[in-house]
Each structure stands twice: as C-alpha cells, then as structure tokens.
Design a protein around this ligand. Structure first.
Ligand code: PEP
Ligand code: MN
Length: 294
C-alpha cells in the first residue's frame, strides 16, 4: 500500500504550523498601532459602530455624528454587501459607489474614520480614499486573491472569520495578508454557524474562546462583532461586555437611527440611545480588565 504523505491537519494549530504554515502570524509583533490616529492594542478599546448598510447620505451622516458623540472611534457601514440571497427591492439594495460617496461625506462631516467592506478588487481605487480600514467579510475569508490585492495597498485590514472556519484556516488567511505586505491586521470574530440551541433568530454562536486561543499564538489584534453573531439586538449588550472580558481589542456594533426599519438585518442594530448606554456599560467592564472604552 502506498505510504500516505499528507498528515491529517486536525483542527488545532500545532507548533509545526507556527513555524512552517503561519510564521508571520506567529511572529507578528504589534503591541500597539495607530490607524487614522486611533490606537489599537493600547489601553483604550476602539469601538466601530454604524449601520449594516450605507442606506442614504442622510442616514450615514446622522449615524456618524451620533456614534462619534457617544465615543465610537470608527464609523462602520457597507456600501457593497454580501447579501445572503440575490433578490433586491428598492429598499434592500446595495448603495455601491453612491454609498462610498456618502460614507466619505460622513467621514468628513463627523470627522470620524471609516471601516467598510470590500468585496471585489475592481473597486479598490474607489475604496482607497474612503476606507481607513478595509473590511474583508466572512464570506470572503478565504478569497486569497482579494486578500492579496487589498494587502498590497498597505491599508489596514479587518479580516472577519468565516462562520464555519477553524482558527487554523482563519490564521492561514491572515498569513496571506501578511505575506502580501499588510502591516496592520485585525481579526474579527463574528459568530459560528452551529445548531440553533437558543433561538431561531440567533443565527450564529459567538465564539469567545477563540479570543484567548488567538492570544496564545499571536499578538494580532482581535475584534468581536456581537451584532452579527447574535442577530438579535437584545443580546448585543451582554455579548459586548463578555467580549471585553474575554480580551477583545476592539468591538464592532451595529447602530441605526431606526433599527426596526433598517434595510438589512433589522433585528440586530441598536438605536443611538442604547448605544450611548452600552458605551458607558462597556467602559465599566473594560476598567475591570485594566482597559477603557471612553
Ligand atoms: C458586515 O459586517 O456587514 C458583514 C456583512 O459581516 P459578516 O461578513 O461578518 O457577515
Ligand atoms: Mn451585515
């Protein structure tokens, strides 16, 4: 019988993987770094907040001002969206290049840096001046050509974990970004697709254990996105606090002026008032782990 050369990879990261498969991830040393004047991995935990989708100029400018006032460091929002199903309506439609223009207005008017998702390399030129951080979404976590193209621009990247990916595969994708020259990368946990043990509306399960697991292997900055994970606004506050306790270095939260009427995923955003309250609560939790939010 032929000798099998390939070793079964398993789910966990081995000492050999650290040396041969993800050496840049393993040796990544970025204790603290700045993006658009905001320090990551310092004492203060940056919060990225905003709607799921950049629905209109009015909505994004209003939200930018509100989240900035509440203490957020970044405005989030997608002009290009990896929507799960292909059908569109007038309301449920990506704003695309218009959305990027509106984000740019909001960035300037509220004086807040922007994180937004890039789905296709062909839009890189349009993204470059608007996005202070380029988000590579869950569904593109293993789109290596996209990761490589975005990394080559030198822009900071936030790489969201695919909801079915092992930590090993996720770190492998991060290695692609580092190989291509990315200097600052943030890994964002956003929930795993597992059996719905809690509630049919909770689409994903926030894997908080992955935060200390990454920290055992690398000093890469880790973000948590409780909004996409829970898919349920009532659970966002507790999971945000839990993320901070687990060691998250930044938090992404969906905030919308009128959550029930959000064009995309209306069950998950919180309103401005709840966000302000949550910022104060998160600040208290952060202090218990020697960090702060405000
Ligand atoms: C988002 O952040 O808007 C998003 C689409 O997230 P994810 O890729 O985690 O689903
Ligand atoms: Mn989304």
């Amino acid at each position: 019988m032929a000798k099998i050369e390939n070793k079964f990879p398993g789910k966990d990261v081995s000492p050999d993987d650290l040396k041969t498969k993800i050496p840049l991830v393993a040796n990544y040393s970025s204790k603290a770094f700045k993006v658009a004047g905001v320090t990551f991995n310092g004492k203060k935990i940056p919060v990225m907040a905003g709607p799921n989708m950049v629905e209109s100029e009015e909505l994004i400018v209003k939200t930018a001002k509100a989240v900035k006032k509440a203490g957020a460091s970044f405005l989030r929002g997608g002009a290009f969206k990896p929507l799960s199903f292909p059908y569109r309506s007038k309301k449920y439609n990506e704003s695309g290049l218009d959305g990027l223009k509106w984000l740019s207005v909001a960035r300037k008017e509220a004086s807040i840096p922007v994180i937004t998702e890039i789905m296709e390399s062909k839009y890189l030129d349009h993204m470059i001046d608007v996005a202070d951080i380029m988000q590579i979404g869950s569904r593109n976590m293993q789109n290596y050509p996209l990761i490589t193209d975005v990394a080559s621009t030198g822009k900071p990247i936030m790489l969201k974990r695919h909801y079915g990916a092992s930590l090993r595969d996720w770190l492998g994708a991060a290695e692609y970004a580092l190989v291509a020259g990315c200097k600052h990368i943030i890994l964002c946990e956003r929930g795993m697709s597992v059996a719905h043990t809690h509630k049919s509306s909770s689409r994903y399960l926030l894997d908080l254990q992955v935060i200390p697991a990454i920290k055992e292997l690398s000093s890469i900055s880790v973000a948590s996105d409780p909004s996409h994970a829970t898919f349920w606004r009532d659970w966002v506050p507790s999971m945000s606090l839990a993320s901070i306790s687990a060691g998250a270095d930044s938090i992404m939260i969906e905030v919308h002026p009128d959550p029930e009427n959000a064009a995309v995923d209306p069950l998950q955003p919180i309103n401005f008032k709840s966000f302000q309250g949550l910022m104060n609560q998160m600040d208290k939790t952060a202090k218990a782990v020697s960090r702060k939010i405000l």
